[in-house]
Design a protein around this ligand. Structure first.
Ligand SMILES: Cc1cc2nc3c(=O)[nH]c(=O)nc-3n(C[C@H](O)[C@H](O)[C@H](O)COP(=O)(O)OP(=O)(O)OC[C@H]3O[C@@H](n4cnc5c(N)ncnc54)[C@H](O)[C@@H]3O)c2cc1C
Length: 401
């Protein structure tokens, strides 16, 4: 393996965790991570909720379920070993009204099928012992979930990759990929990098990077912005830990919730609105290429046709603090519009198929000498070390053939 070279496109948590795992398995491999920004973790990894998800929601047997269940354990162990601030504070999933009870019970069953221990259905009295200001008629207590700052995890991964002899080059946007006799040539504005194996972890641009390597872009990345509010300091007593709604199966995301941040403070959100730019963190951000790409994709029109009402409601909530607050009041009735201050936003890289369905599971496409990570939405930050390990095993096998 001594003379073999691997290029990883993308210095988010998935690319970095894989570089770390690969370097640990194969110390003599030459690993280079190419990141287009001036620092790592600038996109999804640096703009998320910072929650450690344990695998509650995902279809039993799916890659998401499998990798979240092992991934959260690995992530917590890594944070402990490396002294990265984190906390396993547990979460409540709250049924706001009786009609949500069957879905709450189904979620409990799903969690058990995914092997989660200690889940418990609570009555209103029991739930208010944990979260005194929560509303609703019942809740599911999920003890193993927690909070962390993923950019801090990435800072440690970066150090470890370099200590193992790997390179992480920032300001290096991959703009061309050429197949060669032995592998690939990755082109940036300044340099060219030869590789025996190429790994695409480019998040919001993963479909485009796959196209540079000759893929057809069967599934397309559609950017969904998630906007947050912050709770004013004097009202933060309303939320102790993590309070989530019961997800609506018609709705592809989890719904707005309350999250305590490891560095202090409480966030409320994120909602989910179509973004007019893949890296569009503000409502006014428009990127003509991204917009034309999205509007020219038949899958998006099918998705909009199928989820008209939901998209409209989300859009209204994005522009109306009052409506956003009403969604939060289903979980914590005492929260008032006045308690909310504008927070940040993140953009999810969500893969969509041409028939307008969101790709629910993690999606990897493997070809000779290349692997594309084409869908790594939540809980991929939690699961990143487990994802990295699985990809590293795959690359080791491919390189030794
Ligand atoms: C609002 C929001 C909330 C979330 N909450 C959670 C949560 O609480 N818990 C959880 O587990 N997950 C959460 N997620 C999901 C999680 O953030 C992502 O699954 C994870 O960060 C994906 O990591 P990544 O490395 O694949 O992508 P990214 O972090 O987006 O990294 C991709 C990198 O590739 C780089 N890149 C792109 N194109 C090129 C190119 N051509 N050349 C070089 N570099 C390139 C980008 O600059 C970027 O740094 C959330 C996501 C969002 C948006």
């Amino acid at each position: 393996m001594a003379s073999k070279r691997v290029i990883i496109v993308g210095g988010g948590i998935v690319g970095l965790a894989t570089a770390f795992k690969l370097g640990r398995r194969l110390p003599r491999l030459a690993i280079t991570v190419l990141e287009k920004e001036e620092a790592v973790a600038r996109h999804q990894t640096g703009n998320n909720s910072g929650v450690l998800h344990c695998g509650l929601y995902y279809e039993p047997g799916s890659a998401k379920a499998r990798l979240a269940v092992t991934g959260i354990q690995e992530m917590i162990a890594f944070c402990r070993e490396q002294n990265i601030p984190h906390e396993v504070c547990g979460k409540l999933v709250v049924a706001a009204e009786d009609t949500e009870l069957p879905r709450l019970q189904a979620l409990h069953e799903r969690g058990r099928q995914n092997g989660l221990q200690g889940l418990k259905l609570l009555n209103p009295e029991e739930m208010r012992e944990i979260e005194p200001h929560v509303g609703g008629v019942a809740a599911l207590r999920v003890p193993q979930e927690g909070i962390v700052d993923y950019p801090s995890v990435c800072a440690v991964l970066l150090e470890k990759i370099r200590a193992q002899g790997g390179r992480v080059i920032t300001g290096a946007k991959v703009c061309g990929l050429r197949p060669t006799v032995t592998g690939w040539l990755a082109q940036t504005a300044r340099d060219e990098f030869a590789a025996d194996f190429l790994l695409n972890c480019a998040g919001l641009h993963s479909d485009r990077v796959s196209q540079l390597a000759g893929e057809q872009r069967e599934v397309r990345i559609v950017p969904f912005r998630g906007e947050y509010y912050k709770i004013k300091p004097e009202r933060q007593f309303l939320v102790r830990h993590l309070i989530y709604p019961v997800p609506d199966p018609q709705f592809p995301f989890l719904g707005v919730h309350f999250t305590r941040l490891i560095e202090g403070g409480i966030e409320a959100g994120p909602n989910a609105v179509l973004a007019f730019a893949r890296e569009g963190y503000r409502k006014t951000d428009i990127n003509v290429r991204d917009l034309a790409d999205a509007l020219g994709f038949s899958g998006l029109w099918r998705f909009l046709g199928r989820h008209k009402r939901m998209c409209w409601e989300e859009l209204k909530r994005s522009f109306s603090k009052k409506l956003f607050c009403q969604a939060l009041q289903r979980l914590v009735p005492e929260i008032r519009e006045d308690d909310l201050e504008s927070g940040g936003a993140g953009v999810r890289a969500q893969a969509m198929s041409p028939d307008g369905l969101l790709v629910q599971d993690f999606h990897f496409v493997r070809r000779q000498n290349v692997l594309h990570v084409l869908n790594a939405p939540s809980p991929a930050a939690t699961a990143s070390l487990a994802i990295g390990e699985e990809i590293a095993v795959q690359i080791e096998r491919d390189l030794s053939q």
